[in-house]
Design a protein around this ligand. Structure first.
Ligand SMILES: Nc1ncnc2c1ncn2[C@@H]1O[C@H](COP(=O)(O)OP(=O)(O)OP(=O)(O)O)[C@@H](O)[C@H]1O
Ligand SMILES: [Mg+2]
Length: 330
């Protein structure tokens, strides 16, 4: 059964809570204590909504209620970056994060968790989240001039309607050379441009470029019997930004956004190990309403752990095909 939501305009009294608990218990239902909210919804959701404004007040850890496996570095940085930005009344510049890693490691997954957290995605608020798919929206290298203008107009129009807009660019590695630099003016340290303030906007880039570098470092740690949790994050971010800048297939090849340090965080998504794939399979079984089947979990995870060919430590597809493998196994 789905959750039951009970609310009223005034605070629930202790008697009312006891009455509800007793009544529900008599029907075999329970109220999870952590679900009882004694504050107004806009306070515990961390958002204040006005006509054109989404103003997050507090970022709670419930952002990670959905399980993200094996990405302690990414989770840590994203959480810190968001909470710093959201708590600032007048951020000096938009928050810009660039996610890097192999396919299926959770980049889109985490960006959708962020979007859900910020806007509690319902149809009305979904208009503050803008998703550009490079393959879909910027597919013709010869149209770069046109795309530049369209992109600038789109960002300008939407940020002037809602300062706290979220822009997600996926498949950055396929972005035509030079296109992304067209958004440079919006990411800079400025009060306003033509009367529009951009400091509250958030930009997220999703990129497979850099994935090999991240894997190389993670593997090196593993071979030296060190924990991946101990990989120094600053060093990794620095290596990533250099790698992306030099890579002609990263969307940021010789990009001014990097040269001018306008990307605040390069966020590494580590390759997923056998044990993380197992966690994904277990979670997928739960989502599909099926019991934990240890044999199946091991079978799928073993088949997916394929890199390097000798050690078979990581899944080169991350958890990407887990859902379909689980569905096929019925
Ligand atoms: N670290 C993770 N923790 C939990 N689930 C994950 C993780 N990584 C991937 N998944 C699962 O796999 C699915 C596919 O991952 P996702 O689309 O986020 O990969 P991606 O990194 O964006 O890949 P691509 O580079 O191909 O776009 C997710 O919807 C999620 O169900
Ligand atoms: Mg993706």
């Amino acid at each position: 059964m789905d959750d039951i939501f009970i609310a009223q305009s005034s605070l629930f009294t202790e008697q009312q809570v006891t009455f509800l608990n007793n009544t529900l218990q008599s029907k075999g239902l329970v109220v999870a204590p952590e679900k009882i909210q004694r504050a107004a919804p806009w306070q515990y959701l961390g958002l204040t909504l006005t006509d054109t404004l989404v103003r997050p007040q507090k970022l709670h850890l419930w952002i990670w209620k959905r399980k993200v496996f094996g990405q302690h570095l990414a989770v840590q940085i994203v959480l810190r970056a968001l909470s710093t930005n959201l708590h600032s009344k007048q951020p000096k510049k938009p928050l810009v994060m660039s996610f890097h890693g192999w396919t299926g490691t959770g980049k889109s997954f985490v960006s959708s968790i962020i979007a859900e957290n910020l806007y509690q995605l319902n149809a009305w608020r979904r208009r503050f989240v803008h998703h550009f798919s490079t393959v879909l929206h910027f597919s013709h290298g010869s149209h770069v001039h046109l795309y530049k203008e369209q992109l600038q107009n789109w960002i300008r129009g939407n940020v002037s309607a809602c300062p706290r807009s979220l822009f997600i660019f996926s498949e950055m590695d396929q972005m035509p050379h030079g296109l992304i630099d067209s958004i440079l003016p919006f990411l800079s340290y400025r009060d306003e441009i033509d009367g529009v303030y951009y400091g509250k906007a958030i930009f997220i880039f999703l990129n497979n470029a850099g994935g090999d570098k991240i894997t190389e470092i993670a593997l090196d740690y593993w071979r030296r019997l060190k924990r991946r949790e101990d990989i120094p994050v600053e060093e990794l971010q620095d290596l990533l930004s250099k790698d992306i800048f030099r890579n002609p297939n990263s969307g940021f090849f010789q990009s001014q956004l990097i040269q001018k340090n306008l990307i605040d965080y390069f966020i590494p998504f580590l390759p997923l190990e056998y044990k993380h794939v197992k966690q994904c399979v277990r979670e997928e079984l739960r989502v599909q309403g099926r019991p934990d089947e240890e044999e199946l979990i091991t079978e799928i995870a073993s088949a997916m752990a394929d890199y390097p060919s000798e050690e078979r430590l990581y899944s080169s597809k991350g958890c990407k095909t887990v859902a379909s493998r689980v569905a096929l196994s019925t």
